[in-house]
Write a protein that binds this ligand. Sequence first.
Ligand code: INI
Length: 164
Amino acid sequence: MMNLETPNYPTMSADSLNWSDFDPTGLRFAIVVARFNSTITEKLLEGAREALGKAHVDVFHVPGAFELPLAAKLLAQTHRYHGIVALGAVIRGDTPHFDYVAGEAARGLQDAALQTGIPVAFGVLTTDTIAQAESRCGGKDGNKGFDAAMTALEMARFAISVAH
Ligand code: INI
């Protein structure tokens, strides 16, 4: 489990962060996970759960990354959650499908956050190869599910601080 005193959040220097901004205590999150490329997305889920630590977490599965935005928006509209973490893996094939799925997932998740005011973290890998995805779900490039959950935590604390 993550230890808040020695966090592993690689997108920024740990020195520049105030770790109370990442305190999961008393917060509620929904994680939405795409089943497409599930060997990858289930590892993203493990990372996200680790980051959310003692927070209350409900997990929901949807068919693919394209379905993440509607699920995130419906969950955000319940106002049961301080933040939503969306997890998926879109891997480039030989057709333009990749661009539609990845683009709509990104746009739709941002829309869900902006339309509801509930933070939605983008934990969707968009890679050229399976190997690149594997190295980002607990391999040498970290776990982007963990990073997305940390972002959701930080933004949830931000939203709470602005509201009070
Ligand atoms: N869904 C993904 O999550 N990742 C992919 O790589 C992918 N590819 O490559 O097709 C994918 N497609 C399914 C898509 O998300 C929808 O579930 C489908 O189009 C039905 O709406």
